[in-house]
Design a protein around this ligand. Structure first.
Ligand code: SF4
Length: 353
């Protein structure tokens, strides 16, 4: 089943298009200081290798803002300047080549300041993300309302302000710290505007629980066709965010990124070290060139193994010391367990041409 995506505007961020029918783009954020341009460049280039398509950098002062010029020269993916409190830093980041600005309506709200930023964005022809967070959202109406409504109302007010300034090159995000508030907020805003939505849950935690929270919220929204770009926020190394983002998109059949390993959970019938083997394959598979969405099944025994392996492009089901190798549903030959990782990688490379 193909998921129907909600129709949104196309927005260009550097060389990446988001919204409309464009692929859901993967974002992450640099964890080192932006002013340390050498480290930031290394981190961004590594993130790109892992599959990151847009990257955001914190801009706390002028040193961070001016670092954009150097970083842009030595990196390929679009750079987003993350601005809070000091509106003038947005102007500096734009001047130094930022491909998009993220503003937080919770701490940059003076019209004269927004106007100056919008004027600079128009001249540079780059978009703005109106990025709300539950931790800093303001409720100027004073009325009692749910977190989702606070986020949505605040976003709509800000959208109105910038639209009145003749600017609509916008992306919107409404990140809450709970799955329920996040899903509620994005569902509501998606009915009120057609700007692309950047999905994310804020402050999720360590990779285990954090990935689950993000996958539930972002997955639920994507299943409804809501969302044009995603960021999995984790208290972890940034490449972990990309790994989870890819897994979410792949699980929903929205995007594929080369070979995917599926394996059984193992049980008392398994007579080989399947966990170790799958870990070895996962590590080595990253180096395989080619983006064919191959399904690789690694199964612990002959009960369900051959059936599952037959469904995959390449598969193996193990007995005691060896396994039966399948290709496109057909058993092709036996392989010794000790040689099975190498045999599978050879087949994956061959299938990739
Ligand atoms: S495939 Fe075999 S070893 Fe793996 S979980 Fe199923 S029965 Fe157990």
């Amino acid at each position: 089943m193909n998921l129907a995506r909600k129709k949104t505007k196309t927005i260009k961020i550097g060389n990446v298009l988001i919204g409309a029918a464009h692929p859901v783009a993967i974002q992450s954020m640099v964890k080192c200081k932006t002013s340390d341009s050498g480290r930031a460049i290394k981190e961004i280039n590594y993130l790109e290798q892992c599959g990151c398509e847009i990257v955001r950098l914190a801009v706390k002062d002028s040193a961070d803002a001016s670092s954009f010029r150097q970083i842009k020269r030595k990196t390929n993916i679009p750079l987003v300047a993350d601005i809070h409190f000091d509106w003038s830093l947005a102007l500096e980041a734009i001047e130094n080549g930022a491909d998009k600005i993220r503003l937080n309506p919770g701490n940059i709200y003076k019209r004269s300041q927004i106007q100056e930023i919008v004027t600079a964005l128009k001249i540079a022809k780059i978009p703005l993300r109106i990025g709300l967070n539950s931790g800093s959202v303001k409720n100027i109406s004073g009325r009692k309302m749910s977190m989702a409504d606070k986020l949505v109302n605040s976003a709509l007010d800000y959208i109105k302000i910038v639209e009145k300034m003749g600017f609509n090159n916008l992306v919107i995000s409404l990140k809450a710290s709970t799955v329920v508030d996040t899903v509620d907020a994005y569902r509501k805003i998606s009915k009120c505007c057609d700007y692309p939505l950047h999905l994310g849950v804020t402050a999720t935690g360590l990779p285990g629980e954090g990935a689950i929270k993000s996958a539930i919220a972002i997955g639920a929204l994507l299943l409804e066709g809501i969302g044009d770009t995603i960021r999995i926020s984790l208290t972890a190394r940034p490449e972990e965010e990309i790994r989870v983002a890819r897994a979410v998109l792949r699980a929903l059949d929205l995007r594929h990124f080369g070979p995917e390993v599926i394996s059984c959970p193992t049980c008392g019938r398994c007579e080989v070290d399947l966990v170790g083997l799958v870990q070895e394959i996962e590590q080595k598979i990253i180096q395989v060139k080619g983006n064919k969405p191959l399904k690789i099944a690694v199964m612990g025994c002959v009960v369900n193994g051959p059936g599952e392996a037959k469904e995959a492009d390449i598969g193996v089901a193990f007995g005691k010391n060896d396994g039966l190798l399948f290709k496109k549903g057909k058993a092709v030959r036996k392989v010794l367990f000790t040689q099975s990782a190498a045999a599978l990688l050879k087949e994956i490379k061959r299938a990739n041409g």
